[in-house]
Design a protein around this ligand. Sequence first.
Ligand SMILES: NC(=O)c1ccc[n+]([C@@H]2O[C@H](COP(=O)([O-])OP(=O)(O)OC[C@H]3O[C@@H](n4cnc5c(N)ncnc54)[C@H](OP(=O)(O)O)[C@@H]3O)[C@@H](O)[C@H]2O)c1
Length: 240
Amino acid sequence: MLENAVLVTGTGRRIGFHIAKRLFDDGYTVIAHYRSYTDDIRILADMGITTIQADLVDSNKILQFVAELQTCCVNFRAIIHNASSFEPTAENLIDAAEQFDQFFNVHMKAPFLINQGLQSLLVGEADAPADIIHITDINAENPTPRFDIYGSTKAGLHNLTVVLAKKFAPKIKVNSIAPGPVLFTEQHSEQVRQQMLDETLLAKEGGAEPVYLAIKSVLTNPFITGASIPVDGGRRLSKR
Ligand SMILES: NC(=O)c1ccc[n+]([C@@H]2O[C@H](COP(=O)([O-])OP(=O)(O)OC[C@H]3O[C@@H](n4cnc5c(N)ncnc54)[C@H](OP(=O)(O)O)[C@@H]3O)[C@@H](O)[C@H]2O)c1
């Protein structure tokens, strides 16, 4: 049984992988969740990190995942909800309906059920509260119309931050970290990338490390809850 575990969801690539690896390097006991088995998951497992597979796509699978977590850990220091679906809203209504269920489940239902199911096992260090961190997006505040389902379900995730901060206080802090242009995806054309950089005050793609640094600052600060911390190089101020 693991003690003081930090659960990170969606660690099979990119930012989630980076968060899990950096937490481990900094001495935390990490549980790395993934959906698809990847080379990055193999790297985390080879480092000695516990990895658990779950598709956070429907209630039954999410509840099975919660039950597995309840049996593998004595307690948790933190939960970091990073898993996410990102794509523009489909033109076809039937596809959009499917996307809505998928985005809602990954961005809102899974975090809610995992938080609710594990809250009695969340324990902080010394007299400081434990942590729940939701990785949202600056789109939650200033959404892009083409990504309306993505943005609105991320906004729902931030609303969960606020209500769960109230519900779980004073034992657990609940905060959002809202990235902007941190890592471009293959879907971003050169033109879109340039537009995003032009709209970013600090004029660069931030990389995964600034997201980790924000997580670390939340974990080590005992007096922040119900907050959203942008990690966006200032793009939220100038995004069209
Ligand atoms: N990249 C950016 O610049 C940026 C900007 C703003 C916000 N963010 C936020 O930062 C976080 C990480 O971003 P990223 O770019 O690293 O994301 P990403 O490359 O899209 O990776 C998302 C992860 O979530 C997992 N996932 C998706 N659907 C799932 C499901 N149904 N069940 C379980 N896991 C699922 C994926 O697993 P599979 O490998 O199986 O698909 C993948 O490992 C996300 O929350 C994202 O919204 C990122």
